[in-house]
Design a protein around this ligand. Structure first.
Ligand SMILES: [Fe+2]
Length: 598
């Protein structure tokens, strides 16, 4: 059985991706942005699909089933009904949005413009939250579990409960539906603080560490109840849906015209660009323009919404046993599940024995969810072998030697055996160099986990500044994370195991001074625990660094330049070496340096 999962339709959603499953094996799962080089790409994932087919050695005519990440008719009906209810008509200014959305959602038709399918190929439009739930449960390794999905919104719901077991996956309850949405509110607050719409939530999480939460600030915005059906209610008057529709309309225009997904830095536009209402602005102040100084007040607002989010999600999770009293394990998916601070609250709550957060928790994971759900319906299988390294292989899928020759007048390079490669990389790290580490297959999901990473020495007190000024150009307040040997994790963090970097941990106070590069201002960090079986070469590198330095971890950040997706082709990695202050590049078996560097 050959099944293709597809997410992305150039409308409202982002992080489009494709996944191919053949006879129950996940052949490949990858986001379109890595190929078309548009960060958070929302386009039809034609390049990602083509890669998956190549990797599986199949053509479109072989495909039995194609699953899409959304039921467009349900969403369009909801959007139309919502506008009519609010305005009595569809306002002209946002009619473009509705029109384009309807066009983009004809996914089968649009896919057929690029690919020729077999006469037997079946197409399925699946519920968005069902595909999120599937992307977690089917790869969790749990035989049965409760699954909570939380995002901006699906067709209607923004938070839903599913149950998974040997008999399949079924929806149990919708906790929140549009316009009720914790993801949307958190995103709007990030935009209000000038952190951007697409990447804002991740930045807001980092900024929160600098502030002091004001527990009352969101008490009447996110109201908590001990009610199994509706434990959380958002006061929708703090959001302005006309402004939100304008944002999406503008994003679509940018996508259609191929222009950057950035908003003009004009105060009149920025005022509307957060999607908050005038009432909210009276509470939280005028929106911060991107680039304006961050004040203590901004940090306190960030800390307050972060704390309000964690409390709200915890309140929802407290209701889960009332619906599913026999389930002892919990899975999470949807964009809100990328919030490591909230995940930690859930892990520590004691409400469930085990917690699994799927690595591609964002919409990029829904293609995986589509493919596995369709496979499970036919195979009656519920658990699948999952390797997070599911994207292109840097040696098998590309010709690194040819890429090196292209740049031969500007680089020096040497092909090494693994022991020498690891030794040289560890030497570079000990010498406080910033290295590119591109090995094996690319990770699926937004986190770099030692496949497409920039690595540095966490002991170097100047490492954050070096990374920010020379390579990443990130805001100074954002923390960097470590990859730590799994067996040594408990000596440094109040956490044993976190293979996908999806849980916050506290760095033991007596160790903090030894690893200043990875300790956030509030003493926390976001470690990835590494085992030899999960990533042998990466494990050996960290081990080699440990033997030289006495510290069993390296600083690990994604291998990309500011505003760009993670590198995919060898040429892109070499270009970063040439155009930034990266010192050395370890690209498959090659050690590459700029000419003239010592
Ligand atoms: Fe989603």
């Amino acid at each position: 059985m050959i099944i293709l999962g597809v997410s992305g339709a150039e409308a409202i959603f982002h992080d489009s991706s494709a996944t191919l499953v053949i006879d129950g094996q996940i052949v490949a799962s990858v986001e379109e942005e890595r190929f078309n080089r548009k960060k958070h790409s929302d386009g039809l994932p034609v390049h990602a699909i083509a890669y998956c087919l190549r990797k599986g050695g199949v053509s479109c005519t072989d495909i039995d089933d194609v699953g899409f990440f959304l039921e467009p008719d349900v969403l369009l009906k909801r959007m139309q009904g919502d506008m009519l209810q609010r305005h009595g008509r569809v306002p002209r200014t946002i009619a473009y949005l509705a029109e384009q959305t309807a066009k983009s959602f004809r996914m089968e038709e649009r896919l057929r413009e690029h690919f020729v399918f077999g006469p037997h190929t079946r197409f399925h439009y699946l519920s968005h939250h069902l595909t999120h739930a599937s992307s977690a449960f089917h790869v969790s390794g749990f035989e049965r579990a409760a699954i909570l999905t939380m995002d901006g919104f699906g067709e209607r719901e923004s938070c839903a409960l599913y149950v998974g077991g040997p008999d399949g996956l079924a929806k149990v309850h919708e906790f929140m539906a549009f316009p009720q949405s914790l993801g949307l509110l958190y995103n709007a607050m990030a935009a209000h603080l000038g952190l951007g719409w697409d990447s804002g939530p991740g930045k807001l999480m980092g900024l929160a560490g600098y502030g002091t939460p004001d527990l009352q600030l969101f008490d009447d915005v996110i109201v908590l109840r001990d009610d199994a059906r509706q434990p959380v209610e958002i006061d929708a008057s703090f959001l302005d849906f006309f402004r939100l529709a304008l944002i999406w309309s503008t994003l679509q225009k940018h996508a259609a015209e191929g222009t950057a997904r950035t908003f003009a830095r004009s105060s009149s536009f920025v005022r509307g660009a957060s999607g908050l209402s005038d009432k909210a602005m009276q509470r939280f102040g005028e929106p911060r323009l991107p680039g304006d100084p961050l004040t203590e007040r901004h940090c306190d607002i960030a800390a307050s919404i972060q704390s309000a989010l964690s409390r709200a999600v915890l309140q929802i999770v407290r209701q889960v046993p009332k619906w599913l009293p026999d389930e002892t394990d919990l899975c999470l998916a949807g964009g809100v599940a990328l919030n490591v601070t909230t995940n930690r609250c859930l892990a520590e709550s004691g409400l469930f024995k085990r917690l699994f957060v799927t690595p591609p928790a964002n919409d990029g994971g829904t293609s995986l969810g589509c493919a596995l759900y369709l496979d499970s319906l036919q195979s009656r299988r519920s658990t699948y072998a999952f390797d997070v390294y599911a994207g292109p292989h840097i040696e098998d899928d590309f010709d690194i030697g040819a890429a090196c020759q292209l740049f031969a007048d500007r680089i020096t390079y040497a092909k090494l055996d693994e022991a020498e490669l690891v030794r040289r990389a560890a030497d570079c790290l000990v010498a406080n160099k910033l290295i590119g580490w591109v090995q094996g297959r690319m990770e699926c999901g937004p986190r770099a986990l030692g496949g497409r990473s920039i690595l540095a020495n966490p002991m170097d007190p100047g490492v954050k500044d070096a990374l920010n000024t020379r390579v990443k150009k990130r805001e100074g307040f954002r923390p960097y994370a470590p990859s730590v040997l799994r067996e040594a994790s408990a000596d440094w963090f109040d956490l044993d195991d976190s293979p996908f970097m999806l849980l916050e941990a506290t760095v033991h106070p007596h160790q903090r001074h030894r690893v200043p590069g990875i300790v956030h201002v509030d003493g926390t960090s976001r470690p990835q625990t590494v085992t030899e079986s999960a990533n042998p070469r990466y494990y050996r590198l960290i081990r080699a660094f440990y033997e030289r330095s006495g510290v069993p971890m390296v600083l690990n950040t994604s291998f990309n330049r500011h505003g760009e997706p993670i590198v995919n082709r060898p040429e892109e990695a070499i270009a970063v070496l040439l155009e930034t202050g990266l010192d050395d590049l370890f690209l498959g078996p090659y050690h590459i340096r700029r000419q003239g560097d010592r």
